[in-house]
Design a protein around this ligand. Structure first.
Ligand SMILES: C[S@@+](CC[C@H](N)C(=O)[O-])C[C@H]1O[C@@H](n2cnc3c(N)ncnc32)[C@H](O)[C@@H]1O
Length: 477
């Protein structure tokens, strides 16, 4: 129908933006991480449950999860690309707008979603959560980003490796530069022959890969065979006799043994640390064990089960009351004697020399578990490392005092940063005549690439585990 001459053309009816539950959940999760320092692995499940109650499909939940984790992991690279496509410094872009742009950049550069779908879905999201005006800005930026693939962008925005190797790796593999630098120092210390560019790239890539879910069958309570029978796609653990890897998703929460606390989700590196302490040679009695930093209780539950089979008792101690409750839950049903207490491990709520085996898995920067906590690398600051130092030293000193003469102490961190690992042990042992090293390597049987010892550093790219560190020590006097 034509418009009569002189009459005004009727305005186009305003189309309401399409609501896309997966992208809305992903956006809300990113906002919570940014605004409230939320942890993605905690906030996302609660947002997903809420959306599922309102009818979101399972497939959308998987997409939302991929978008949140992928966007947070790739943030460093995506920021560099976005910065090249906007005409002002990124800090002047409104944070919610930046989150939408990052989500769009991830879809364009880090997923197989076709470009036109990635742009149009993200612009629709922008219309819903930012309004039409800012959606136009989003549209313009995403169109620029979609002009090249990831390789093209990286070649454009990352400095050449030859000019600045750390900056290059930081941009290409999306890690803060100081983290690249710290990981490189540590890799060079433990793997001097395999710490060149290629090894570093493998390590950083491993940090960016989704970690497999690994289960532990707590000995005496469950078995790998029981877990295998309950899950469709699994493989045996690489190193721990109690580990089973879920190779194709699968939901551990649906497994009876997990529900009944006879098994749990636990990285193989953590299993190895607990088992090495439990299996370290010991003369004399082996009756009483201490986990001095037990929350949330993964290692305590494994230690408790091994101790029970040996007729030993476990004291699991944790400073934070709410985390001590998690420890109690993890140990619930343990077949042998145990106690969970809330105590400051630096003071020692126990007699000196009371324990045959002591573990201190100290609070640390978590740089060894970046693949699990996608936002952690952006939140940590270099000064955090120094901040943990005094507490780590105090906890190790107190653990040594808690062990009897001849007893064994394990000092563990889920960080490979040299200032949190060997430097702490060296400092604490300096001037102490009553402690000797135990070679931890034979206590991780079959595990390759453990370096010169006596302490061990695991690596995601070499062992498929978190980058756990373990020093084993013996009280000698
Ligand atoms: C790395 S986590 C331990 C993880 C645990 N071993 C596991 O496998 O589940 C360190 C724990 O030490 C606790 N912690 C921090 N300061 C402490 C202190 N002074 N005494 C005892 N525990 C402390 C933290 O609350 C945290 O739960």
């Amino acid at each position: 129908m034509s418009t009569p001459a002189g009459a005004k053309r009727a305005p186009r009816p305003h189309r309401r933006p399409k609501k896309d539950p997966a992208r809305i959940v992903a956006f809300r999760a990113l906002r919570a991480v940014d605004e409230r320092d939320a942890y993605a692995n905690l906030i996302l499940p609660s947002l997903l449950r809420e959306a599922e109650r309102k009818g979101m499909e399972r497939r959308d939940a998987a997409l939302a999860t991929e978008l949140v984790y992928g966007t947070l992991r790739g943030q460093g690279t995506y920021d560099a690309v976005i910065a090249a496509c906007v005409d002002r410094p990124l800090r002047e872009v409104d944070p919610p707008v930046l989150d939408v742009l990052s989500l769009g950049a991830h879809q364009l550069l880090g997923t197989r979603i076709p470009s036109h779908a990635a742009v149009s879905a993200t612009v629709e999201l922008a219309r819903v959560v930012l309004g039409d005006g800012r959606a136009k800005f989003v549209n313009a930026v995403l169109r620029k980003i979609s002009a090249q693939d990831l390789a093209g962008w990286v070649a454009q925005v990352a400095p050449p490796y030859e000019d600045d190797a750390e900056d290059h790796l930081a941009v290409v593999h999306s890690h803060p530069r100081w983290v690249v630098s710290s990981l490189w120092d540590a890799l060079g210390r433990w793997q001097p022959a395999a710490s060149g560019r290629q090894a570093m790239e493998q390590l950083l890539e491993a940090d960016n890969a989704r970690p497999e879910v690994t289960l532990v069958a707590r000995p005496g309570r469950s078995s790998v065979a029981e877990l295998r029978a309950a899950l469709p796609e699994v493989e045996d653990g690489r190193w721990s006799p109690y580990a089973l890897r879920l190779t194709d998703g699968g939901d551990p929460a649906g497994v009876d043994a997990v529900r009944e606390n006879r098994a749990g989700v636990q990285d193989e590196g953590s299993q190895l640390v607990a088992l090495a302490l439990a299996n370290a040679p010991l003369d004399g009695p082996d009756r009483l064990w201490l986990d001095g930093c037990a929350g949330p209780g993964g290692k305590a539950a494994l230690l408790g089960a091994v101790a029970a089979a040996r007729g030993a008792a476990l004291v699991a101690s944790e400073k934070q009351q709410h985390r001590a409750r998690l420890v109690a839950r993890a140990l619930d049903g343990n077949p042998g004697p145990y106690a969970v207490i809330t105590a400051d491990g630096t003071r020692g709520a126990w007699e000196r020399g009371a324990f045959d085996r002591v573990l201190v898995d100290v609070p640390c920067s978590g740089l060894g578990a970046l693949r699990r906590r996608p936002e952690a690398r952006w939140r940590r600051r270099p000064e955090d490392i120094a901040g943990f130092g005094p507490l780590q030293r105090e906890l190790l000193r107190s653990a040594l005092d808690a062990a009897r003469v001849g007893g064994v102490v394990g000092y563990a961190t889920c960080s490979p940063h040299l200032a949190e690992t060997r430097a702490v042990v060296d400092d604490v042992l300096r001037g102490r005549e009553d402690v000797e090293w135990i070679d931890a390597r034979p206590l991780l049987p079959g595990v390759p690439d453990l370096g010169e010892g006596p302490d061990v550093q695991l690596w995601p790219h070499l062992h498929g585990t978190d980058a756990m560190y373990l020093a084993l020590l013996r009280r000698t006097a």
